[in-house]
Design a protein. Structure first.
Length: 164
């Protein structure tokens, strides 16, 4: 069934309504300081009538057969449309980061960059991120670059999610 905009959606969320719902899929990750890996992912974007989306993502590291090996990264936060075509994102991670992102919405595509990354004293050195989300033939595709552990901004993750 085609996705329909909920009747109680706040008007400010219409430009990002294509994110709404639960998504499931797989991704790959890499970085110069670690071994490449595969993961399974579940993502949910929800609304309650107010002008923000609640975002929740959880992952499982997978083996070569695609079987879950262990729980992976989790993150949760709030996507807040601001002025025309712009969004703010507040994100928290169990690995000790709290982030403020700003982004632009261009049709079914959002590009985001961190403004501020705060980290706890025991967290690894991660200092900045860039993300792109896009709807491509009904699938939610994304790429996530980061600067961490003394490395320049570069790819850490890319994934493809289908509506669950
Ligand atoms: C789909 C989500 C993600 C998955 C599956 C994932 C997976 C991994 C894996 C398997 C490693 C290797 C070492 C380890 O297990 O700790 C790693 C390292 C790392 N990841 Fe991620 N990650 C994800 C998202 C993120 C996000 C959102 C951030 C930043 C907020 C991040 C920052 C890092 C950092 C800083 C390292 C350490 C690199 C190093 O030790 O040199 N990751 N990630």
């Amino acid at each position: 069934m085609a996705f329909q905009i909920p009747s109680d959606l706040h008007p400010e969320l219409v430009p990002v309504a294509w994110l709404l719902g639960t998504w499931h899929g797989n991704g790959r990750g890499d970085y110069p300081t670690i071994e490449a890996f595969g993961y399974e992912q579940e993502v949910a974007f929800a609304h309650d009538g107010r002008p923000f989306l609640h975002y929740f993502s959880r992952t499982w590291i997978t083996d070569e057969a695609g079987e879950r090996v262990r729980p992976g990264a989790l993150e949760t936060g709030f996507l807040r449309p601001s002025e025309e075509g712009r969004v703010e994102l507040v994100l928290a991670h169990p690995t000790g980061y709290a982030e403020i992102w700003y982004g632009e919405v261009d049709g079914a595509r959002i590009t985001l960059a961190t403004d501020v990354v705060a980290r706890t004293v025991t967290a690894k050195e991660y200092t900045a991120g860039q993300r792109m989300y896009g709807l491509v033939e009904g699938a939610l595709m994304y790429a996530h670059d980061m600067a961490a552990e003394g490395q320049p901004m570069q790819s850490h993750l890319w994934g493809k999610l289908e509506r669950a």
